[in-house]
Design a protein. Structure first.
Length: 395
């Protein structure tokens, strides 16, 4: 059974460029301003579902159809099923948008769907409403398809067959995702209740993540039992699902703790205000002698007057052979401002974390109305997160 989870802002231990599902995904469109992606693994599971429906399920329960009808109905049912998964994720995302939380994208992959919601809810009520929206949408779809089955079962057998199947799987999708294991929807509902009771986001997240790992281990054990009993396909699927949920629970917990550690912290609180600046015409040899070795920095803003025009880094320097440093100027190898990610001093530090996650740079220029006011270091941000976590940051 596909899972539907929503992740926030990227794993803290993954300040790497892109998420693993995004690195191998293709964009298929935009719905309500939210980009929709298909991970390559989705095509495998879609083919498997369409094949199972057209070759095994419908021929078993509906004898007498033509081979063409089996395949058409099987494929169309698979399309509608994954459309249902997308609607489930859209329900999460639309409620998040209503609550003022940005949603970056939705990705469908081998285990179902994932909504990339950009930050954690700021109250148990918001968390509850976002989490419960997906299962509620699946229940509504189940009722809708059940009504369609009731109206068409005597008029068109193929439409009735599709309808009752989709009514069943949407009901199962809602029920499965309400299992109280974080980061499943039910786990997030469970966390919102614990959050309300304990008045501690951190403790609620820890307890809900523990429940998620417990559920994951039960899936693995159940899968191994089925595998030993000879049911290799379902057993193997349960083991993989358990493995995915265990990893997702751990990653989501760390991610939530990072978000909590950065709550209320601005870029201005973290940036270096006295960073040395470089002019465009400086030679790379002078840059190394007068800046890199002197200040022990790995990146320097490049200004034209008072306007930021680029950033020169050690990585830029390494692209030029050392014997050419005496005749190569900073302007020739710097990363120009058009290709730079910048942040504002009043931005949340969490926003800066997301920018680091999407790019490979280790420094972000801090700009106020085009004027450089500081430099934010990835290493300083990570150090701050680690200190807050050790100090037990939480509510």
């Amino acid at each position: 059974m596909p899972t539907c989870v929503h992740l926030k802002s990227g794993p803290p231990d993954g300040l790497r460029k892109g998420e693993w599902w995004m690195a191998r995904s293709i964009r298929v469109g935009t719905v309500f301003g939210i980009q929709v992606y298909l991970h390559y693994s989705w095509f495998l599971v879609f083919g498997a579902v369409a094949f199972t429906l057209g070759f095994l399920y419908f021929p078993t329960y509906h004898v007498g159809w033509s081979v063409y009808q089996y395949w058409v109905i099987g494929t169309l049912t698979a399309v509608l099923f994954f459309g249902s998964v997308l609607i489930h994720e859209l329900a999460h995302s639309l409620i998040a948008l209503y609550e003022g939380i940005q949603v970056k994208d939705i990705t469908l992959f081998i285990f179902g769907g994932v909504s990339n919601i950009q930050k954690e809810a700021d109250s148990p009520g918001v968390e509850f409403r976002i989490a419960v929206a997906g299962p509620a949408a699946s229940v509504a779809l189940s009722i809708l398809f059940l009504a369609l089955w009731f109206l068409t079962r005597r008029l068109d057998e193929s439409v009735g067959a599709m309808s009752i199947y989709l009514a069943t799987v949407n009901g199962l999708l809602a029920g499965f995702n309400m299992i109280p294991g974080f980061p499943l929807d039910g786990g997030r509902v469970f966390r919102s209740v614990l959050w309300k009771i304990t008045n501690s986001y951190q403790r609620a997240t820890w307890l809900a993540s523990g429940a998620g790992r417990l559920m994951a281990y039960l899936f693995v054990l159940g899968g191994l039992a089925l595998f030993v009993a000879g049911n290799w396909v379902n057993g193997g699927w349960l083991v993989m699902l358990g493995w995915f949920l265990a990893n997702a629970a751990g990653s989501s917990y760390r991610q939530s703790m990072v978000n909590e550690a950065l709550r209320g912290v601005s870029v201005a609180d973290m940036m270096a205000r006295d960073c040395p600046i470089v002019e465009e015409q400086v030679l790379l040899s002078d840059l190394m002698r007068d800046y890199v070795l002197r200040y022990n920095f790995t990146a320097f803003p490049v200004l034209r007057g008072t306007t930021l025009v680029g950033l020169i880094t050690i990585d830029n320097l390494r692209t030029v052979p050392q014997d050419q440093w005496v005749r190569t100027r900073v302007s020739q190898v710097m990363t120009t401002v058009e290709r730079l990610k910048t942040v504002n001093p009043w931005d949340e530090a969490l926003h800066a974390l997301q920018q680091f996650g999407e790019r490979s740079e280790s420094q972000l220029p801090v700009v106020d109305e085009g004027r450089l006011v500081g430099l934010l270091s990835r290493s300083k941000l990570l150090q701050f997160i680690q200190l807050r976590e050790k100090a037990g940051a939480g509510r």
